[in-house]
Design a protein around this ligand. Structure first.
Ligand code: ATP
Length: 288
């Protein structure tokens, strides 16, 4: 069995520039991987089939699973006769804005590249990833990056300033399509993406905190007001800066002072079941 890690991501920024003629939104976002990860196990099958086994009943076990789609894509493109059993040990909350499904697909691409001796480059794997979903390309590389286009054009960035990240996920799932559907592009308050890039390049923690921004926040807040409560609580317990990740509902807080982390964690645990303390993984590195 070959094991591959599939880490979650958070958005330090998420901006929508306009809606394209092909109906996708042109985005600009800075994403970074964190050390909350699913574990993907890959085992070759002689019968040529693709099977999904998961510890989580909410993970689809058929073609709807992004990891299944990743395996099918490589199998069909490169005429692979073998099949594969994909075991997904789920740690990343589902439909949470943390790209769990996309990361499982990316890990499957990286893992099968090895298992099936395909010798594909990361860029080639990322190109395949984009056919499955907009966030899959980023997840192939991991680390920290500026993503543009519909999210599939990746420009590598250096590691953000070091800090703790507290993640809190309210007990609701959010449909990314619904959130984008509710977005009014005219009235958006755009985050300052270039200031965030500067913060990362100059390792300026304060500037990073001040440059966090996500245009989807107000849409998700309107759909699910409990997400605002989590954000307010995270601020009240002493996080330096707080933002919703992706289309939500997960909210993350950045914290520099280690002593404050447990206060925030314990405070949030009072009314939110899923709270995690994680670190950013920083730079891109071979995750497979
Ligand atoms: P993003 O941040 O990219 O918008 P997300 O974290 O909000 O993604 P996912 O956890 O990827 O959302 O789940 C979105 C949907 O994808 C779920 O409703 C689920 O049915 C489906 N899905 C497909 N494959 C997977 C997978 N391997 N793990 C979890 N969900 C999956």
């Amino acid at each position: 069995m070959l094991y591959v890690k599939a880490p979650a991501k958070i958005n330090l920024t998420l901006d929508v520039l306009y809606k394209r003629p092909d109906q996708y939104h042109e985005v600009e976002m800075i994403m970074t991987t964190v050390d909350l990860a699913d574990r993907i196990g890959l085992e070759s099958r002689a019968d040529g089939q693709i099977k999904i086994v998961s510890t989580d009943n909410f993970v689809p076990d058929d073609q709807r699973n992004f990891a299944y789609q990743a395996a099918e894509l490589l199998k069909n493109t490169y005429g692979i006769k073998e099949g594969v059993t994909i075991s997904i040990e789920k740690q990343i909350p589902i439909a949470a804005g943390l790209a769990g499904g996309s990361s499982d697909a990316a890990a499957t691409l990286r893992g099968l590249n090895e298992l099936w001796n395909l010798n594909l480059t990361m860029d080639e794997l990322a190109e395949h990833g984009a056919k499955i979903g907009s966030d899959v390309s980023f997840c192939v590389y991991g680390g920290t990056a500026l993503a543009t286009g519909r999210g599939e054009k990746i420009k590598e960035l250096s590691a953000p300033p070091t800090c703790w990240v507290v993640l809190a996920k309210p007990k609701i799932g959010v449909s990314t399509a619904d959130v984008y559907g509710g977005l009014n592009i005219e009235g958006l308050q755009h985050p300052n993406t270039s200031e965030m890039i500067k913060a990362i390049e100059t390792e300026d923690y304060e500037l990073m905190c001040n440059s966090l921004g996500n245009v989807l926040e107000t849409v998700t807040f309107n759909l699910h007001p409990e997400v605002i409560t989590i954000k307010e609580q995270m601020q009240r317990f002493g996080a330096d800066a707080v933002l919703m990740s992706g289309s939500g509902p997960t909210v993350f807080g950045l914290v520099e002072n280690e002593a404050r982390v447990s206060r925030i964690y314990n405070g949030l645990r009072g009314f939110c079941e899923e709270v995690y303390v994680v670190r950013m993984l920083g730079e891109r590195n071979p995750l497979a």
